[in-house]
Design a protein around this ligand. Structure first.
Ligand code: BG6
Length: 477
């Protein structure tokens, strides 16, 4: 067998994209609760108040909050060994900085964890996945403020203590490096600058984003240290949005451009979180972009003391870099790039590149030499539910099969890969566009972009396929 015997097969989700119950049982609004629906061609809007009559996709989402037992039973039926989900920060601290955590929120996640454990499913918990409490945006402009470090550490302390003995794997920030791009400002850091109304076209202040990243690095390192003190069995990982960037041509200009982009986008955050120090290549970037990182005494020591135990990343696509302005662009989640003539793209324009996953796994492992996990991967596609209720999503099976084949190659190449959790194992709301129409799941959810649907769940063709993949530990694809 190629994959290790205890390989963690499973699926991934995020609270704001599937729980719903946005204001129930004491939960406060998160940044994502302030985003309206959008589409591939129309940006989501960020509203500062909830507007009557406007549709907010996260408010009901797919109502995992009330259906978690049914959903986890379906994951168990597929044979999941691990389930990646996030804790809605504002479900625990409605205003982010409350003196006392919300017991009903803590209890909900305890129930979810217990339900997983009942089936022998290992919980893999993202502590902050694109859902900064909105009150922290209003009060501090999110991660732009240093106060966030203590607020986050307190949140970590509460959940680390509460779930001790039940959970082993934690991730501090989802796709922390998304904040190297303008869209990550609000999405990931809760930074909302005056004048911003469009989610995809935010008023961007790079200085705030990179200062915010410094605060997140320090907070993440403190969380790692704290986790190990509270429970030495805890393993804490980083989570990087990894989109490998090839030079568009072998013109050295393109090669240098690709190296630059890979460093800023793909490596900067991992280098800090795994290695515990700022890479020297950032000095030039900061200088050329007029960015000054304000640090306090002890920050660098904290970074060094809080290196992560394992490295996780999302992988959907690759892109190309060129200095030639004439080359056509491709689209992506948070970043685009030059169009690769050798690749096909999804309906949302994301370039499909399974071999890029093998390449990325090797590049990352060569660099860090710690266990790796692919915690997001998948195809966002339009699904058609047939009259008999079936969904024949062969395109999704093809996509996942091709990526798993390349993961095998990487393992043969020597990479220490410990798990795989495809994204949106159950249909959920898209992070970039707010759509339900962009589906990733093995499980179909009857919910549509106008808010209609009875929320019933049904198994797609890929459900039965993935079950066999897990049963055979990746041998039957
Ligand atoms: C990742 C995020 O960027 O990609 C998820 O961590 C997100 O939250 C996923 O849903 C897929 O992106 P999208 O925009 O298709 O939902």
């Amino acid at each position: 067998m190629t994959f290790r015997k205890d390989f963690l097969w499973g699926g991934a989700t995020a609270a704001n994209q599937f729980e719903g119950a946005w204001n129930i049982d004491g939960k406060g609004p998160s940044c994502s609760d302030m985003c309206t629906g959008g589409s591939h061609t129309k940006s989501k809007r960020i509203t500062r108040e909830i507007e009557e009559g406007t549709f907010y996709p996260s408010h009901e989402a797919i109502d995992f909050y009330h259906r978690y037992k049914e959903d986890i039973a379906l994951f168990a039926e597929m044979g999941f060994k691990v389930f990646r989900f996030s804790i809605g920060w504002s479900r625990i601290f409605p205003n982010g900085d409350d003196a006392i955590p919300n017991e009903l929120g803590l209890k909900f996640y305890e129930n979810v964890i217990d339900e997983c454990l009942k089936y022998g499913i290992e919980p893999l918990i993202t502590i902050s996945h694109y859902e900064v409490p909105f009150a922290l945006t209003q009060k501090y402009n999110g991660w732009a403020s240093r106060e966030m470090i203590d607020i986050f550490t307190r949140y970590c302390e509460v959940i680390f203590k509460r779930y001790k003995g039940k959970v082993k794997y934690w991730l501090t920030f989802n796709e922390i490096n998304s904040a190297t791009m303008p869209m990550g400002g609000f999405l990931s850091q809760g930074i909302l600058n005056e004048g911003t109304t469009d989610f995809t076209n935010q008023v961007d202040i790079p200085q705030l984003r990179f200062q915010g990243l410094h605060h997140q690095f320090v907070a993440s390192a403190k969380a790692v240290k704290l986790a190990h003190e509270i429970d030495p069995n805890y393993k804490v990982g980083c989570m990087i949005l990894y989109a490998t960037t090839y030079p568009y041509t072998c013109n050295p200009n393109d090669v240098i451009e690709a190296q630059k982009q890979n460093r800023i986008m793909n490596y900067f955050c991992g280098d800090v979180q795994v290695g515990g120090e700022y890479p020297t290549y950032m000095n030039r970037y900061f200088k050329e972009n007029n960015i000054t990182i304000k640090m306090e005494d002890g920050d660098l020591k904290t970074l060094k003391e809080g290196c992560v135990d394992f490295y996780t990343f999302s992988y959907y696509m690759s892109t190309c870099a060129t200095t030639n302005k004439e080359v056509a662009n491709s689209s992506g989640n948070i970043l685009g790039g030059a169009k690769n003539p050798y690749l096909k793209a999804s309906d949302w324009g994301w370039q499909i590149d399974p071999k890029g996953l093998r390449y990325s796994l090797n590049e990352i492992y060569d660099r860090y030499q710690i266990p790796l996990m692919v915690v997001e991967n998948g195809l966002g596609a339009y699904d058609k539910k047939e009259a008999d209720g079936s969904v024949n999503d062969d395109y999704r099976i093809d996509y996942l099969r091709a990526h798993i084949e390349q993961m095998k190659e990487a393992v043969e190449d020597g990479v220490d890969l410990i798990g795989y959790t495809p994204w949106g194992c159950i249909d959920l709301v898209s992070a970039s566009t707010g759509e339900m129409a962009k589906r990733y799941g093995f499980i179909y959810v009857d919910k549509y972009d106008d808010g209609s649907g009875d929320l019933s769940r049904s198994r797609k063709k890929s459900f039965y396929w993935y079950k066999k993949v897990i049963e055979s530990n990746g041998e039957v694809l």
